[in-house]
Design a binder for this molecule. Structure first.
Ligand code: GUN
Ligand code: ZN
Length: 428
């Protein structure tokens, strides 16, 4: 038995399976539970009494009735859009041109990129997010900045240089060759360093030429341990534009597929307006989807079909800054509301799974993060389930943990985050 340095006491939520396929009873709650941490890992969990007796030397932190959960995993963010979150009044293409591209153009400046990366990572941790998968800008220094910031905090993080060689301003365009070369250099520098992973990142088909898509497809084939992230079928205007740019493609997904950018380890953000062939192919190759509900409502993109989570790896994400919140609690609330509008009912266990183990599965990191289990990395979020007067009064009659938890999902924000642990170390 390893030695525990710390034992945390509280209500412990873990998953013995996937609530979408195995039922909500796979979510386990230990009412007076404990999690023992040592060497940055979870070394035991169970009832408080048993774990305390097993590790009498460990430092005990008693969180009372607070919830102890795996840290949130934000599976699709654009950290360079941190400063333009909640910009008023545009749909996707307009929003990109008006707010996003001018802001992203500033990230050639390493000092500015470093400042925003620090701000983003601080906000993520304050909101209970212990891991994220981010887009950079076209500038390699933007990727250095976010990896430096994550490394300094010991976080497991994914990021990649966003590649665009057309339909973007002059100062935000690379080329097929430079996108390949810069991505390959960043991959060599960062992939597997500490808890960091490089992600090959074509922004989306409208801003990459066929040559660039093919170059990045080749890079992925040469580096199959990397994930590849992009956007797919987010908005109807965008889909029409893709059709006009790729007249021979069978559908949007085919613009990736025909350039070597469809496969296991492919992470497709939004994926709202999918054709039956696209769904069948995504399922067949075991690709991942990422649901970005606050973004999909904020930019007016549409309602993701949660039924897809039954057969396709699905994560949850803020999509900062197209999304309107840094909070995965607020993001779970939006997922709940979007599902309601599609006549789909999500239990709190589904929502919590999406924000933790589901995102980990989408990012192929289920063996490391996203759950409380022996051997997993000790990334944890501790939540006060009565963090505001409005939430406290709503939980006062709760008869079980789910009733206690749901008001925090619907009404909670960073005030609910009592503490965040990264690799066993308390960071907030
Ligand atoms: N599609 C291409 N780029 C983006 C982006 O930055 N945000 C969102 N929401 N969609 C995109
Ligand atoms: Zn995005």
């Amino acid at each position: 038995m390893s030695t525990a340095e710390t034992v945390l006491l509280g209500q412990v939520l873990s998953f013995a399976g996937d609530p979408f396929t195995d039922g909500i009873d796979t979510a386990r709650i230990e009412g007076r539970g404990a999690v023992a941490l040592g060497g940055g890992k979870i070394i035991a969990h169970g009832s408080a009494q048993i774990i305390r007796a097993a590790y009498p030397q460990a430092q005990v932190v008693d969180y009372g009735t607070d919830l102890i959960s795996a840290g949130f995993i934000d599976a699709h963010v654009h950290y360079p859009q941190t400063a333009i979150i909640a910009s008023w009044g545009k749909r996707l293409i307009d929003w990109l041109n008006t707010y996003t591209f001018p802001e992203e153009a500033r990230f050639g400046d390493a000092a500015y990129a470093g400042k925003i990366a620090q701000t983003y990572v601080g906000l993520a941790l304050a909101h209970g997010t212990t891991s994220f998968c981010s887009y950079g800008t076209i500038h390699p220094v933007s990727v250095d900045a976010i990896f430096d910031a994550a490394l300094a905090r010991g976080m497991r993080a994914w990021a990649g240089k966003t590649c665009m060689d057309r339909n973007a301003p002059d100062d935000l365009r690379d080329s097929a060759q430079s996108a390949y070369d810069d991505s390959a250099a960043l991959l060599g520098k960062w992939h597997g360093a500490g808890r960091l992973s490089y992600v090959i990142t074509p922004r989306f088909s409208p801003t990459s030429s066929p040559d660039q898509l093919a170059a990045l497809g080749a890079l992925w084939q040469q580096n199959p341990t990397c994930l590849m992230q992009t956007h797919l079928s987010e908005q109807s205007d965008e889909i029409a534009w893709v059709k006009s740019l790729f007249p021979k493609a069978r559908d949007y997904l085919d613009t990736y597929e025909s350039h070597g950018l469809l496969g296991k380890g492919g992470i497709y953000g939004h994926a709202i307006h999918l054709e039956p062939r696209e769904i069948a192919r995504l399922r067949e190759v075991d690709a991942s989807l990422v649901h970005c509900p606050t973004s999909n409502t904020f930019i007016g993109s549409g309602l993701f079909d949660m039924g897809l989570a039954q057969t396709i790896r699905t994560g949850l994400a803020t999509d900062t800054g197209g999304g309107s919140s840094f909070s995965m609690l607020r993001t779970m609330a939006a997922a709940y509301e979007v599902a309601q509008l599609r006549g789909q009912s999500l239990h709190p266990a589904h929502l919590w799974y999406l924000a933790t183990a589901g995102s980990a599965r989408a990012l192929h990191a289920s063996d490391q993060i996203g759950n409380i289990a022996v051997g997993m990395e000790a990334d944890l979020t501790i939540l006060n389930l009565a963090s505001t007067p409005a939430i406290a009064q709503a939980t006062s009659r709760a008869e079980n943990l789910w009733q206690q938890l749901f008001p925090t999902i619907m009404l909670g924000d960073d005030r609910a985050i009592r503490a965040t642990y990264v690799a066993g170390v308390k960071t907030t």
